[in-house]
Ligand binder design. Structure first.
Ligand code: FES
Length: 154
């Protein structure tokens, strides 16, 4: 048995056949669509490395069953830069040295884009830290991450 779903991924319609209804959105993106920017850290909703926008809301894609989101719009880190120009959040991460090893960075950036889009970032560092608390950074680049989010939402 197989299931067919269609997602709009980074503005492009993508039809995917699933032979297992338990395929997560993260695995679909990485293994079926070769969009490997979204990272698999914990695979259990604890680290945020897999964060993408799903219908405009940030989600841990490792916890989302792909089959449950037929027809949804997905934006991944690959979809942010347009026409050779970085997204303002990407530019702010570079400006503020908001990463070290970089493994968590795609998830951090997608979470920041979602947070700003929700109007939840504000100009208070503590509020930004709380809003970004679902995204862990083992290099502890939190100071730069907070500064980057504050700058990007201005
Ligand atoms: Fe999804 Fe860690 S890989 S939250």
């Amino acid at each position: 048995m197989s299931w067919s779903i269609t997602l709009t991924v980074n503005g492009e319609p993508r039809r995917v056949e699933l032979d297992d209804p338990r395929v997560t959105l993260l695995d679909l993106l990485r293994e079926r669509l070769d969009l490997t920017g979204s990272k698999k850290g914990c695979d259990r909703g604890q680290c945020g490395a897999c964060t993408v926008l799903l219908d405009g809301r940030r989600v841990n894609s490792c916890l989302a069953l792909a089959i449950s989101h037929d027809g949804a719009e997905v934006v991944t880190i690959e979809g942010l830069a347009r026409d050779g120009a970085l997204h303002p959040v990407q530019a702010a991460f570079i400006e503020h040295d908001a990463f070290q090893c970089g493994y968590c960075t795609p998830g951090q950036i997608m979470s920041a884009v979602g947070l700003i889009g929700e109007g939840q970032a504000g100009d208070d560092p503590e509020r930004v830290r709380e809003g970004m608390s679902g995204n862990l950074c083992r290099c502890a680049a939190y100071k730069g991450i907070t500064e980057a989010v504050l700058e990007a939402q201005r």
